[in-house]
Unconditional design. Structure first.
Length: 242
């Protein structure tokens, strides 16, 4: 039996990420005679190949940041542009789960924890991910509901919460105060600009709070067990072919 700890923690009403250890403990206590296989995946992104490159079912994790940047409504974040952001394509996660199930069904092993990530072999930074995203949507703009192309936003990274708050205050909150007064004087003439700035700051605040921990956390995820599993699967496949 494979275990997706996101489903476990969600099922029990626990916050994702910080309580996955509790989920593992719960499953180990309930294991009984089952062959338990734990898959620890890092941040899950769009597909690498299947069903086609870049496919995503819903907007979570880094997909939210990429989409909001493409829509031109993500002005800034708290984080280190040079830290490692460990993202793994969702189809690679699914493939590893399938291989792990087959391997442990054939022969039970003492190794039953497989970590999946990219940081050990193909590390990327949040700065590079959002730069690639910006360059792509500069060439192929997001089309809004009115059928018009949208100018993507170049995300600014602030190193800490204090810098982020100062930037928001100067770049958004003060202009919003001025626009609020100007709208009263000029009969809502600047309401369109006010709405755009207001939407950006309302979006930036919760995203910065939620993703700050990810964008400042620098770690290398050891996926050696998963690589051994992959090599074993390749050897078995070649043996069957021969």
């Amino acid at each position: 039996m494979t275990v997706d700890l996101l489903e476990i923690t969600t099922m029990h009403g626990w916050p994702n990420v910080f309580t996955k250890t509790m989920g593992e403990m719960l499953m180990q206590q309930s294991e009984e005679n089952l062959s338990l296989v734990t898959i620890r995946r890092t941040i899950v992104g769009g597909t690498y190949k299947e069903p086609f490159p870049g496919w995503v079912e819903y907007m979570t994790n880094t997909n939210v940041l990429l989409a909001r940047s493409a829509q031109g409504i993500l002005p800034c974040l708290v984080g280190d542009t040079n830290t490692i952001m460990d993202v793994i394509p969702v189809d690679m996660v699914v493939n590893a789960m399938i291989v792990a199930m087959v391997a442990h069904a054939k022969q039970r092993s003492d190794v039953n924890i497989y970590q999946e990530g990219s940081s050990l072999r193909n590390p990327v930074t949040p700065g590079s991910i959002l730069d690639y995203n910006f360059d792509y949507f500069q060439k192929k703009p997001w089309i809004n509901k009115h059928g018009k192309p949208v100018k993507a936003s170049k995300v600014i990274f602030l190193s800490n919460v204090a810098s982020f708050n100062r930037y928001i205050q100067i770049r958004y909150l003060l202009p919003l105060k001025v626009l609020e007064v100007a709208n009263k004087v000029f009969h809502q003439y600047f309401q369109g600009v006010y709405n755009v700035l207001s939407r950006q700051v309302k979006l930036a605040m919760p995203l910065a709070e939620f993703y700050g921990a990810y964008l400042c956390y620098n770690a290398i995820i050891d996926d050696k067990n998963t690589q051994k599993l992959r090599m074993m699967a390749v050897r078995d496949s070649q043996t069957e072919t021969d």
